[in-house]
Design a protein around this ligand. Structure first.
Ligand code: UDP
Ligand code: MG
Length: 320
């Protein structure tokens, strides 16, 4: 028989050696104070530093510590998903390893959950210590996303949230490969509520989300939940061909009814470049979707677990 776990805390980490000890200490303190059984699921997303070894060591003497050691870096969203697949708790919390999401908020989330909410997400009312560029692009992204999708994905909300077992189980049934977890949580529905917080500065180390990865996450978010970019091609195409047609009429008028010579090569080049540019842009947008369809059709597993270290040797993740 396995021991009942009340809370599962999922902590994805990618080269977080500098912070992980403090993160572990703070989360442990907060969770210990709940007086209920919990598990800390650290997901090592292909780190090249020592953080996984540190957690492995903790798991030898703290039986609440578990480590999912992925075979390489699969990305933050996949790491979270791996954690959810292994979580046993009645409530599952996702939290960053860098203490930008304060663990001290978890009891507040638990209180809301006990009131009957099935998803409690943490909304950032302020971001401390992040670059203006990051704040602006993030803010822009959440608003574009809100405009382009039909489901309501809360703005300024990351993956720091608590989910009920029911929600976690439903999420596990969604097999998509290019995952945007916070969108999927909105998609599954259930009773959701928000608590607000000020996002702290990273305790130590560098962000693991350079611009390239932020762009990928944004595109995953938008393409997973909206066809609007594709429709854009139709709208722009219609507008452009309508204006092209009007221009053509104007030129025909000049040729047929006036003596003016039509000198057109500059405008020809201008129009050709603009039109070709739009066509390529639209091909690019199409490509974003086609690439994702291709990813789905390959049917590869989402991640590969190299090893699973379980604080409780008598209990395996598959048991429940
Ligand atoms: N992370 C991960 N895999 C990655 C990138 C990031 O597991 O490929 C983890 C990282 O260790 C951290 C969380 O995801 O716990 C959020 O990353 P980060 O703090 O670098 O992002 P930011 O807060 O700067 O957006
Ligand atoms: Mg961070």
């Amino acid at each position: 028989m396995s021991i009942q776990v009340r809370y599962s805390i999922i902590i994805p980490m990618f080269n977080e050696e500098a912070v992980i000890q403090e993160t572990y200490r703070r989360i442990r303190k907060v969770m210990g104070a709940t007086g209920e059984p919990y598990e800390l699921i650290f997901v090592n997303d292909g780190s090249t530093d020592n953080c996984a070894q540190m957690i492995e060591e903790y798991s030898y003497w703290d039986e609440s510590v578990k480590l999912i050691d992925l075979s390489r870096n699969f990305g933050h969203q996949v790491a979270i998903t791996a954690g959810m697949d292994y979580a046993l708790g009645d409530a599952v919390v996702i939290i960053d390893a860098d203490l930008q999401d304060p663990p001290e908020l978890i009891p507040e989330m638990i209180a809301e959950w006990k009131q009957g909410y099935q998803v409690v997400y943490a909304k950032r009312i302020k971001r401390n210590g992040e670059s203006l560029f990051k704040k602006w692009t993030a803010s822009l992204f959440y608003r574009v996303l809100r405009y382009s999708t039909d489901i309501s994905i809360p703005v300024d909300t990351g993956d720091f949230r608590l989910m009920d077992r029911r929600v976690c189980d439903e999420l596990k049934r969604l097999p998509e490969k290019n995952r945007f977890v916070r969108g999927l949580v909105s998609w599954v529905g259930f009773r959701q509520t928000a608590i607000e917080y000020e996002r702290e500065e990273r305790l130590a180390g560098e962000t693991k989300y350079p611009f390239r990865r932020m762009l990928k996450l944004s595109l995953d978010g938008i393409t997973s939940f909206s066809y609007k970019p594709l429709k854009l091609a139709g709208v722009l195409g219609a507008l452009l061909s309508a204006s092209g047609f009007l221009y053509l009429m104007y030129v025909l008028y000049l040729v047929l009814f006036t003596d003016a010579a039509v000198k057109g090569w500059a405008s020809m080049i201008g129009i050709t470049l603009t039109f070709n540019g739009f066509v390529l842009l639209m091909l690019g947008i199409l490509g974003e979707y086609v690439g994702r369809i291709y990813d789905e059709s390959k049917g590869r597993p989402l991640y590969i677990v190299q090893e699973f270290y379980n604080g409780r040797p008598q209990q395996s993740a598959q048991e429940q």
